[in-house]
Design a protein around this ligand. Sequence first.
Ligand SMILES: [Zn+2]
Length: 108
Amino acid sequence: MPIVVSKYLIGRKFVGLALWPFIIVKSHRLKEDTTFVNHEEIHLTQQRELLVLPFYIWYGIEYLIRLIQYRDANRAYRNISFEREAYCNEDDLFYLKYRKMWSFLRYL
Ligand SMILES: [Zn+2]
């Protein structure tokens, strides 16, 4: 997937994000970070299998639900099913080779 380096496309809170079909990062150093890139590739796969737009809607709704549940923005973000799956498997560089479709559902 194409990786775009830009300080301006992403907010101060993030160092990078997956915006299908691109991975946008703040610095060139992150392009070499295989764990970081794998995390974002997992999000691109999730976005593709949800036909992109529904991913963002689901992500936003689940974030709000987790925010009510945890009353903490960072814990809410870390517990979104898409993030749970990405954080649990970002170190496994072969994860996307054997991952089954809709696997994020196991992290709900
Ligand atoms: Zn993530």
